[in-house]
Ligand binder design. Structure first.
Ligand code: HEC
Ligand code: HEC
Ligand code: HEC
Length: 133
């Protein structure tokens, strides 16, 4: 024996409850990675595909650093016919000129603070140095 009047609304509430993560994700922005801006210089390609870059730019930077230190900075990478010397400032920041808007927007979102900028200059810091010296 059961009561149709309570079981149908009960079922509806149950279904809503169980599927909550699905529609909550679809309608909220809580789980979306920030939309990054494309390089202001108009470049269309990165040194690897965007998905590879998203997944492993940290490893790539470490690789580059080791290669540069081992081989004395003579290695270049070619993107869309243009050559960049491997390096944080000499490649990445040539295109991603706004560290605050590009790198930081993601890093703040995932709460990582790479310590690289203790030594390496951001384009903003480099420009300030040029002005004062
Ligand atoms: C204690 C200071 C210091 C810190 C912190 C540091 N670096 Fe460096 N890094 C250097 C120095 C010095 C060089 C050598 C520069 C050269 O020979 O042109 C270098 C070179 C590099 C290079 C190759 C050349 C270039 O100019 O970019 C890469 C890539 C690099 N570092 C990445 C990183 C990354 C990524 C981080 C953070 C995870 C980091 N570094 C943190 C000091 C530092
Ligand atoms: C020649 C210009 C250029 C250089 C050099 C470059 N990038 Fe990029 N980068 C781009 C462009 C353009 C995109 C967007 C590509 C796309 O959407 O297909 C991008 C995408 C990315 C993304 C993914 C962003 C997202 O929203 O998913 C990351 C992370 C990234 N780059 C980091 C780096 C790092 C770190 C370096 C240095 C090792 C670097 N880039 C060097 C032009 C460059
Ligand atoms: C699309 C988002 C996104 C963009 C854009 C981005 N990063 Fe990251 N970055 C991440 C995430 C996520 C991590 C943490 C990865 C992990 O912990 O596995 C990270 C980690 C790092 C690390 C390692 C830090 C650590 O403490 O382990 C370095 C170095 C780094 N990013 C450099 C850069 C630089 C330089 C730029 C700008 C040129 C940049 N990233 C742009 C998402 C991004």
């Amino acid at each position: 024996m059961y009561n149709k009047r309570t079981i149908i609304p009960g079922l509806a509430i149950f279904v809503l409850f169980v599927t909550f993560p699905l529609w909550f994700n679809a309608f909220s922005t809580a789980s979306t990675v920030p939309k990054t801006e494309l390089p202001p210089g108009g470049e269309k390609q990165c040194v690897a595909s965007a998905s590879e870059m998203r997944a492993s730019h940290m490893a790539l930077l470490n690789e580059w650093r080791d290669e540069v230190l081992r081989d004395g900075g003579r290695i270049a990478v070619t993107v869309n016919g243009k050559e960049y010397r491997k390096g944080l400032q000499m490649a990445c920041m040539q295109c991603h000129t706004n560290k605050e808007k590009f790198c930081d927007s993601c890093h703040e979102y995932v709460s990582v603070t790479p310590y690289c900028w203790d030594c390496h200059l951001t384009p903003t810091a480099a420009a300030e140095k040029k002005e004062t010296h």
